[in-house]
Design a protein around this ligand. Structure first.
Ligand code: FES
Length: 109
């Protein structure tokens, strides 16, 4: 009878230990996926719709062509990208973000 009881206690303890180890492994895996994983599919994209068929969106301008002032979009929501059209205001209101344009202007002499 004692042998049977000891065997039963061993099985219950073993199941408890395995459950604890599995729970710890699950928590560790979730922490890894959340904090350390380099999986890019879980990260948000900045560029949602501009030239998505290109591997990299690049614009270049000659300084002489900028005029007295140029305002460039940094939120990637402008319909006139790479120029700012004010879409950053709506983006900031909807997301709590704080992005704004890059303004390049000629120094007043
Ligand atoms: S519209 Fe993007 S910074 Fe203004």
């Amino acid at each position: 009878m004692d042998v049977l009881r000891n065997c039963k206690n061993f099985i219950v303890e073993w199941i408890g230990a395995v459950s604890l180890a599995a729970g710890a492994a699950a928590v560790g895996y979730l922490a890894y996926k959340t904090l350390l994983s380099k999986d890019k599919s879980c990260k948000a994209m900045v560029n949602l719709h501009i030239q998505k068929d290109n591997p990299k969106v690049v614009h270049a301008f000659d300084m002489e062509d900028l005029g007295d002032k140029a305002v460039y979009c940094r939120c990637w929501r402008s319909k006139k990208f790479p120029l700012c059209d004010g879409a950053h205001t709506k983006h900031n209101e909807e997301t709590g973000d704080n992005v704004g344009p890059l303004i390049i202007k000629r120094k007043e002499a």
